[in-house]
Design a protein around this ligand. Structure first.
Ligand SMILES: [Zn+2]
Ligand SMILES: [Zn+2]
Length: 282
């Protein structure tokens, strides 16, 4: 049984109303050993008006509150403190973003950080306009995957690469794209290889994120084909997270995910304390 969930949100994230205590209580109810909070920090989020949030939080307040929570739950549930960093490939943002995330890593004794690509071209592919306008699904996905691969090469300030192929969720439906079943990652195998090799070379983990199942895509992020390729290339560090924003979504589908990962050939998953990986047998 996978007893650690290494990707979840609380009310410190712009898109969650769940107090962190509620996530902790649900984790205990589920028989968890530990959880890692990874609230959103997305500098320069471009769609503040549309989303109603800037996806930032007060880092000092967050760290203090998380340390209190960790101490309060000691002996009942291990609480790890993390952040999900939004990475960007626009050249003018890379320097500033690296400096900001590095400062957080140096200021706080964090356990774990995720590097995720939520935005590119100063927009968010969550919204149909402007990212998908005038592009085929393949063109849009290719742009997104190139950004993800560039971020893997350009940034070092995180431990695990979050939800590869996340943009697949938001491809607008059309004749050419009747749904996520039309997604074939192998069309992008050159970019995917570049991405996975960069992670392996830099000693970064790949995340298996079960929110794809929750969203009804029928697969985790990344898709099975990408996970298989990661193993073929010699990838060993794999973190597992639900990306739950509500108590009912933490540890989402972890039982089936364990069988699925074993069937692909994974023998271990990874948790982090103070940014140091520890392998746990599946
Ligand atoms: Zn994310
Ligand atoms: Zn997340």
């Amino acid at each position: 049984m996978i007893r650690y969930d290494f990707h979840m949100h609380s009310s410190f994230s712009g898109d969650s109303d769940t107090p962190p205590e509620q996530q902790a209580e649900e984790a205990i109810r589920l028989g968890a050993s530990g959880i890692c909070f990874t609230d959103h920090m997305d500098y320069d989020y471009p769609m503040i008006k549309e989303s109603g949030t800037d996806f930032l939080f007060d880092d000092a307040e967050y760290y203090t509150r998380m340390c209190e929570l960790r101490d309060a739950y000691k002996g009942r549930l291990e609480i790890m403190i993390g952040i999900e960093y939004g990475l960007r490939n626009e050249p003018e943002l890379i320097g500033d973003m690296t400096a900001k995330y590095t400062r957080l890593n140096e200021t706080y004794d964090l356990d774990f950080t995720i590097g995720s690509t939520h935005c590119l071209e100063h927009t968010d592919p969550f919204y149909a306009e402007p990212f998908w306008a005038g592009r085929t699904p393949r063109e849009g996905l290719e742009k997104y995957f190139i950004a993800v691969a560039e971020n893997a090469k350009n940034y070092d300030c995180y431990d695990s690469a979050g939800h590869f192929d996340y943009a697949v969720r938001y491809v607008p439906l059309s004749e050419e794209w009747r749904g996520p079943a039309d997604y074939d990652p192998m069309i992008f195998s050159d970019i995917i290889d570049e991405y996975l090799k960069a992670l392996i070379h830099k000693g970064k983990a790949l995340e298996c994120n079960t929110a794809g199942i929750k969203y009804g895509l029928g697969f985790t992020h990344p898709h099975e084909a990408v996970l298989k390729r990661y193993l073929e290339l010699g990838g060993e560090l794999l973190t597992i997270g639900s990306d739950g924003h509500k108590p009912e979504h933490i540890f989402y589908d972890f039982e089936r995910t364990e069988d699925f990962l074993k069937s692909l050939g994974f023998k271990y998953y990874t948790i982090y304390r103070h940014h140091k990986p520890e392998f746990i047998r599946l």
